[in-house]
Design a protein around this ligand. Structure first.
Ligand code: HEC
Length: 114
């Protein structure tokens, strides 16, 4: 299992995340760097993403609930990333103008974090 994950072949965590979300984890990783999500979150695999303002996003794919009350599905995660203030105006995560495409790929990357 570990060996399969390491070489990114079929059945790997990366492939599973891609199948589940329809996004591209590699592009998502790049987008996370571009939007500066690491200014607030600790995110494994992202350079300099070690902040503690928001919750750490390691194991985010295994979590049941997002943002305190949303069920963790790829669609809900994309909604949260694009419009955290619409979903919960009292939370500290800002609207960052994340595009549909970028949100899709970011979710694919985050779903590799089990
Ligand atoms: C200014 C700080 C800030 C930035 C920038 C930021 N976030 Fe957040 N984020 C937060 C905070 C605070 C929360 C917790 C909100 C809550 O649960 O009420 C959060 C929650 C989340 C959650 C839900 C986590 C959970 O366990 O419920 C995800 C997923 C997430 N952010 C992804 C991102 C992504 C992807 C980006 C970049 C596009 C980003 N965040 C940028 C502050 C930030």
């Amino acid at each position: 299992m570990l060996a399969a994950a390491a070489c990114g072949g079929r059945g790997s965590t990366k492939q599973q995340a891609q199948d589940l979300t329809g996004g591209d984890p590699a592009k998502g990783k790049e987008a996370i760097g571009r939007y500066g999500c690491g200014a607030c979150h600790t995110i494994p695999g992202i350079k300099d993403a070690n902040a503690t303002i928001g919750p750490p996003l390691d194991n985010i794919a295994s979590r049941q609930i997002l943002g305190g009350h949303l069920q963790n599905t790829p669609a809900n995660m994309a909604r949260w990333i694009q419009h955290p203030q619409q979903i919960d105006p009292k939370n500290a995560m800002p609207e960052l103008g994340v595009t549909d495409d970028d949100a899709h790929n970011i979710v694919a990357f985050l779903y590799t974090l089990k």
